[in-house]
Write a protein that binds this ligand. Structure first.
Ligand code: C5P
Length: 396
């Protein structure tokens, strides 16, 4: 009951994903929160007032002037500990960014002093439009918290960022804001790496890999949701920074290592980044030119530092160091050898010969000093939650 007696005002704006707020509300009430629903005109097209009232157990507000007669928009704005906008449509974000107050929801958002969490949901083109980019930049600069959007299949036959975060993710983001101190990892500092690294060839070219950062980012979010202070060192990814996590953006392996070392001490480290093993030995300071008739250039490579091995043998070694092993064959065998070679405590091994890289699911073999555990295939968010719970149990 981490959210016992916390008051949440849930604003539902127009998106086909709005049905997910019923499950979100169920999770919030199970955690002890009181939820008051507010529907915009668009939200009411996708979720009925009756359904939302039924699941919140409270009267739902959808009209500025009716609310005025009943409770008043100022009271509605002052009562909650947190205002959650889920789904937040492009229009709703634009109104928030510009301080419009032309209906009950936007008026509450302008009048509230409570923290605000938005869970955007829209078509990818709308999410990526410069107008929405600018609105999001304005909102996050103002302290509005963000969860999602996820990447994946949406109502339209296209795929990309814009999908409403899952109810469990939104619930975790809410817990991370309202009750971080109540989690089992409160007062712990955990370092996480995620994403690929980019190793420059010249000012416009680089060497990269297919890592999306989904698994590492999900782990950072899951640890924060359990109350940990998380430093996430992220290579170049298209994901948004997880809520409640201190995210440092880097490009190269050497920057990632320096940032990790600067972040120590930590109680635990989870190295999920797909760090490039090699970099170009001599980065060209000007764009390499294709001269007519000349041969293709040969790139001399240099070894990158191994961040996991360095942290595992560091003077300020975290008590628990966890690495990943992405393999395409002999997954467990290679992982056992890697655990010894790197000097880490646990290895999460996965078979990346299928669609793991960039995908949403993962099948993990956890290698520890006690042996090998084979986890069933599950969503990366679930892998993250399971690992976070294990780390919490281990750190005690
Ligand atoms: O050696 P390999 O790349 O297979 O090891 C994977 C594990 O080591 C991952 O946890 C990855 O984050 C970490 N690693 C690292 N620095 C490197 C290479 C890998 O931290 N240069």
């Amino acid at each position: 009951m981490r959210l016992a007696d916390r008051r949440i005002l849930l604003i539902v704006s127009g998106s086909i994903s709005a049905y997910k707020v019923l499950e979100l509300t169920r999770l919030l009430r199970k955690s002890g929160a009181a939820v008051t629903g507010v529907l915009t005109a668009g939200g009411a097209r996708f979720v009925t007032k009756e359904a939302l009232a039924g699941i919140t157990g409270q009267r739902v507000h959808d009209d500025l002037w009716a609310a005025e007669a009943e409770i008043g928009h100022i009271r509605l704005a002052r009562l909650p500990d947190l205002v959650v906008v889920a789904p937040a449509s492009a229009n709703m974000l634009a109104k928030m960014a510009n301080g419009l107050a032309d209906d009950l929801a936007s008026t509450i958002l302008l009048a509230t002093r409570a923290p605000v969490l938005v869970a955007p949901a829209m078509n990818t083109a709308m999410w990526e439009h410069p107008a929405t980019r600018a609105n999001m930049a304005a909102l996050t600069a103002r302290g509005v918290r963000l969860v999602g959007p996820g990447v994946g299949a949406m109502a339209e036959p296209e795929s990309g960022p814009g999908r409403l975060a899952e109810p469990a993710e939104i619930h975790a983001a809410i817990e991370a804001i309202l009750a971080p101190e109540a989690g089992p990892l409160a007062s712990r500092h955990i370092l996480v790496t995620s994403g690929p690294t980019h190793e420059p060839i010249d000012p416009v070219r680089y060497i990269a890999n297919r890592s999306s950062g989904k698994q590492g980012h999900a782990i950072a979010a899951a640890l924060a949701a359990l109350g940990a202070r998380v430093t996430l060192v992220a290579g170049p990814v298209t994901l948004s920074d997880p809520p409640g996590v201190t995210t440092v953006h880097v490009e190269t392996a050497r920057e990632m290592l320096a940032t990790c070392e600067a972040a120590l001490p930590a109680d635990a480290a989870v190295m999920a980044a797909a760090v490039a093993d090699w970099r170009v030995a001599h980065e060209a300071s000007q764009k390499m030119k294709k001269e007519p008739g000349a041969d293709a250039p040969t790139l001399a490579m240099a070894l990158n530092p191994d961040i996991l091995a360095t942290v595992s043998r560091h003077a300020q070694r975290p008590r628990l160091v966890i690495g990943f092993a992405a393999e395409t064959e002999k997954v467990v065998e290679h992982a056992i050898a890697k655990r010894a070679r790197k000097g880490c405590d646990w290895i999460l091994a996965n078979d990346v010969s299928g669609e793991v890289m960039g995908g949403d699911a993962n099948r993990i073999h956890l290698v520890t000093d006690e042996g090998v555990e084979n986890w069933p295939e599950m969503a990366k968010a679930e892998v993250a939650e399971r690992l976070a719970a294990r780390i919490a149990a281990w750190l005690g």
